[in-house]
Design a protein around this ligand. Sequence first.
Ligand code: HEC
Ligand code: HEC
Ligand code: HEC
Ligand code: HEC
Ligand code: HEC
Ligand code: HEC
Ligand code: HEC
Length: 380
Amino acid sequence: MNVASKLPKDIRGENYTGAATCVKCHSDISQNYSHSTHGLTSKPVVDEDLLKVFDSDSNSFSFNKHQKVKIEKSDKGIFQVAYNDGLKVKAERFDIAFGSGEKAFTYGYWKGKKLYELPLSYFSSINNWANSPGFPKNAVYYNRLITSRCFECHGSYIEKKLTQKSTFSTDEELEKGSVIYGIDCERCHGPGKEHVVFHMENPEEKTAKFITLFKNLSRKQRMDACGVCHSGNTLTSLKSVFKFKLGDDLASYYQQDFVGFGGGTPDVHGNQTTLLTGSNCYMKSENMTCQSCHNTHESIKGNMAVYSQRCISCHKTTNHSKITLAKGSVSINCIDCHMPKESSKLISFQQAGNDYLSPYLLRSHHIAIYSDQVNKNALH
Ligand code: HEC
Ligand code: HEC
Ligand code: HEC
Ligand code: HEC
Ligand code: HEC
Ligand code: HEC
Ligand code: HEC
């Protein structure tokens, strides 16, 4: 029997074979990947996992004097249950989790071929539930659709059917059983079956065949490989980006003006590409890409000393004033001064009994001199 026919089938097409096949020859990468935020960014809800964050002291959220949502477990699963003056008015189950939980989890529930967002999301910065981002304040809401677009950045595949409802609106139906959760190997590298078959048949061959070689890519291709999901989510898609792979040109997936779109300031949430490419580090160097600081398969999250080494690799010497130097840590932590955390303008969240919106903080990828940041750091 030939090798190809023994490989697992994959719903994306016959050139794909699924991440389980890659493990055989790339076990180190697969190990790291299984814990990575990319790999974990969407998954079906497993009750035991949810119970780890499910804390009986903080399992309810009051919208106002009359309305609240409680998280409740029954033998059919875990539900977000809405109450109006103590009367149960709606109950929907946690079906899918979006987000690795690094910063947040948002949940979806299925109704036929539609997926809707649950009213409460979990935010790691407060270790608690809050009103889902962008949801109406002061009222329980269960009707926000989760579209295939969320899966395009947070997953590897979902089958959809579009029907034209009127001249201006289309209706999207999603196939529950078709989802490939998480961002998998072939989501970034493209279909890998031919590569696998070749290397299984030629175990003595140590150079990669039938897969895009990263070292051959131009700077733009490298930026596009991340930009497909990290250029903000206000872009107009020309076609589904599920097929986008390393080496492709983003211009054939998003409307041409995608680099400078919108005119407004790009947000720290989701738009690292625009912020970075507007920095002098990027514009005045030949070769800065996301890989200058991030190794896609290995997270160095929180390790400012290692990140700072990446800065120092280009900035062997710096001209800081005496005042700046006196503020300390200039040689150890470049990040807090030059890539400060900023609140997203797109995402913020409302905590129970609070009108005030809590900030959602992200690193700014606009590397620059922030004089106010110096003063802030000096306070510590
Ligand atoms: C039968 C063994 C085998 C399997 C299975 C396999 N590969 Fe490979 N792969 C190799 C070999 C050999 C190389 C070349 C040496 C190296 O870079 O590790 C390679 C290299 C690569 C590279 C590096 C390309 C570059 O830029 O240098 C990528 C990407 C890759 N494989 C992706 C995949 C993906 C995705 C899968 C699963 C669909 C997969 N491989 C499954 C053997 C395999
Ligand atoms: C988010 C996109 C993404 C995902 C998901 C991803 N890769 Fe990669 N991979 C890259 C990029 C970009 C590179 C090139 C350099 C780098 O950042 O490491 C790369 C490099 C590689 C290499 C060659 C360099 C090395 O580190 O040995 C192999 C082999 C590889 N990937 C295999 C895999 C396998 C197997 C999986 C799934 C377990 C996977 N990749 C998942 C983006 C991705
Ligand atoms: C298919 C969409 C997609 C692609 C392609 C992609 N990312 Fe991501 N990336 C995401 C999503 C979604 C998250 C949020 C994951 C989470 O925490 O749920 C993320 C998170 C991250 C993080 C923060 C978490 C961490 O591991 O520290 C970094 C850094 C990152 N991506 C870098 C990259 C780089 C570099 C590339 C290009 C090689 C890339 N990404 C390609 C979608 C993508
Ligand atoms: C264009 C790509 C894109 C689209 C579309 C998108 N996201 Fe994201 N999302 C990201 C990226 C990138 C991150 C992580 C980094 C950041 O916040 O900048 C993220 C972060 C998140 C997080 C927090 C993950 C964590 O723990 O850090 C959640 C939850 C989330 N998205 C849910 C959704 C949902 C639900 C939708 C659809 C309504 C959606 N996203 C649409 C790219 C996207
Ligand atoms: C790939 C090389 C490279 C890397 C990596 C790099 N930079 Fe730069 N950076 C440059 C270049 C080139 C300039 C422009 C210098 C000039 O104008 O002469 C620059 C300029 C700057 C400036 C001046 C900004 C301005 O707007 O005038 C600051 C501050 C800076 N970098 C900080 C950093 C920090 C902090 C890091 C790490 C997070 C970093 N850089 C990583 C190449 C790099
Ligand atoms: C000059 C270094 C540098 C470059 C280049 C760079 N990043 Fe980052 N990135 C960082 C640092 C530092 C952090 C903060 C890490 C932490 O807090 O642990 C970060 C965090 C992130 C996060 C997590 C969001 C957050 O705020 O916690 C994402 C997503 C990300 N980067 C994506 C990208 C993408 C996509 C590119 C290319 C467009 C890129 N980065 C280029 C240094 C860099
Ligand atoms: C305490 C905050 C702070 C820290 C930490 C810090 N910087 Fe700066 N940086 C500044 C300020 C402020 C300026 C503007 C000049 C001045 O007032 O010192 C500056 C200027 C710069 C410049 C432009 C001037 C020049 O040297 O060409 C570069 C490049 C730079 N910093 C890189 C770095 C790198 C790399 C690190 C880490 C090794 C770092 N900085 C750490 C605050 C800081």
